[in-house]
Design a protein around this ligand. Structure first.
Ligand code: FMN
Length: 205
């Protein structure tokens, strides 16, 4: 099947993208709004784009042309926290994507406890096994919908003690939640460990 993007409308292209770019990690982003309420929402169009400095990038779309609370709060407040959810948190994470009014706190609605951050104003979600305090770096706009690529510099990592060993995070024990196309999530499947690739010694998986 060969699909010409020029023949598709925006929704059709979106459906192909979210089915092809899989599995996606999920940034569960907490921000503070102008009234000091804590906003939380999941974003799976997300990665890191630099390690020195450590920069995370989260693509925040628009809703009926308007900025989403996360993009507005991060830009106006100057910071945000990316919380990492494990599989047990799929319920509250998913529910936090509902379209709550800007002055409603998702964490209060969902009974999620938060903990003050150290280096930024936005708090983190207490039950999240990993969280990254980020200072707002910039927003880059993309496309006809002017979606907001939110960039933040990680200033603090919070890692649950049992997941931290020798300077690394045990990502298998973390059991991170991932996102597939449509309403589907995934957890880790079979783990495949490979030796370093070398030109003279091809290895088959
Ligand atoms: C698992 C998951 C991943 C999502 N990923 C994105 C994303 O990458 N970009 C985006 O704009 N919206 C994404 N959404 C939708 C937002 O979470 C939703 O629009 C939310 O209401 C935004 O909240 P806010 O207005 O408080 O920022 C996702 C939703 C779910 C459930």
């Amino acid at each position: 099947m060969i699909i010409d993007v020029a023949a598709l409308d925006r929704d059709e292209v979106y459906k192909l993208l979210v089915g092809a770019v899989v599995p996606r990690p999920i940034a569960w982003v907490t921000t503070l709004n102008a009234l000091g309420r804590v906003n939380a929402a999941p974003f799976s169009c997300y990665t890191f784009v630099s390690s020195a400095p450590p920069l995370l990038a989260v693509s925040v779309g628009r809703l009926r042309g308007e900025l989403k609370d996360t993009a507005r709060n991060a830009r106006e407040g100057g910071d945000f926290v990316v919380n990492v959810a494990d599989a047990s948190l799929v319920g509250p994470l998913h529910q936090s994507s509902a379209e709550y009014a800007a002055d409603v706190s998702e964490v209060e609605m969902l009974g999620l406890e938060t903990i003050p951050s150290i280096a930024v104003r936005a708090p983190r979600i207490a039950i999240a096994p990993v969280a990254m305090e980020c200072r707002y770096d910039r927003i880059i706009e993309f496309g006809a919908q002017r979606s907001q690529l939110l960039i933040g510099e990680v200033l603090r990592f919070h890692v649950r003690d049992d997941l931290y060993r020798d300077g690394k995070i045990d990502s298998v024990a973390l059991s991170p939640l991932g996102r597939l196309g449509g309403p589907r999530y995934t957890t880790l499947g079979k783990i495949i460990t490979m030796p370093p690739a070398s030109p003279g010694n091809p290895v088959n998986g």
